[in-house]
Design a protein around this ligand. Structure first.
Ligand SMILES: [Zn+2]
Length: 259
């Protein structure tokens, strides 16, 4: 039993095996939430879940996530080749063009069961302005993610897109994709979606603080406390604490000059 004074609930553990209809229902629920919250416009975004060792359920290319139905999801293999169904609405559809990036996540993170990609507007705008989310501003972000790094720009839907996330997604559950969007992962599609909500909320707060000129960081000793909790919970991956200080750069500055 931990003696940590922090009473923060970590995200729900893996719910265990779920049937294909249950997975389809959850993916569609997540798609509708993304659209309702304005995290995707037009046909943006994609969601996938790992069904078993070699099969993935994913959203089709070119569909509004606000209108998507369970019967329109596709089953694909490790090369993003459609495996079916060969009947019904999905038989004429193609898998999401960004499925190659999702498959890269599943290769790097064998325990991840779901990937959510969206275009959350504030996070994207900040990434173009060169303002990252990897700053020690919000305690719950440090607790939940360690940090939220930004991956370098890559042409969307390209093999390059899979390459630029390879290293970061091995260590983090939430990334900003520069000039493009977000990538969040988890044990379920809903868990990965909730990480997206947190990422965009962090972006909105960071934007507000930037406008106010008052992005005052957590004191380094408080950040250490939070990182210690992550370690106790088995959530920390090697190098995260160092990454946080290097990316944020605020801990190293004298307190009066921190922004
Ligand atoms: Zn995209």
């Amino acid at each position: 039993m931990s003696d940590s004074p922090i009473r923060y609930r970590r995200s729900r553990p893996d719910p265990g095996h779920r049937t294909e209809p249950q997975l389809r229902q959850e993916v569609v629920q997540v798609c509708h939430l993304m659209w309702q919250r304005g995290y995707v416009a037009a046909t943006d975004g994609n969601v996938s879940v790992r069904m078993d060792r070699d099969r993935f359920l994913c959203t089709p290319s070119g569909f509004s996530k606000g209108l998507l139905q369970e019967s329109q999801l596709l089953v694909v293999d490790w090369e993003a080749r459609p495996l079916g169904p060969t009947w019904g609405e999905s038989r004429e559809l193609l898998p999401s063009s960004e499925m190659l990036t999702h498959l890269e996540v599943y290769r790097r993170r064998p325990h991840v069961r779901a990937v959510v990609h969206a275009h959350p507007p504030t996070a994207v705008a900040l990434s173009i302005a060169g303002i990252g989310l990897a700053r020690c501003l919000l305690p719950e972000v440090v607790l939940a993610f360690g940090t939220i790094p930004t991956a370098e720009y890559a042409t969307p839907s390209s093999l390059e897109g899979a390459a630029v996330i390879r290293d970061l997604i091995s260590r983090y559950d939430a990334l900003v994709l520069r000039r493009h969007g977000s990538l969040t992962v988890g044990p379920t599609a809903m868990d990965a979606y909730l990480k997206l909500e947190k990422l965009e909320a962090t972006a909105v707060i960071t934007k507000t603080l930037t406008e106010l000129g008052a992005a005052s960081p957590l004191p380094p000793e408080e950040v250490q406390k939070l990182l210690h909790w992550r370690e106790e919970q088995g959530l920390a991956r090697p190098g995260q604490a160092e990454d946080l200080c290097a990316e944020c750069g605020l801990c190293a500055q004298p307190r009066e000059t921190r922004q």
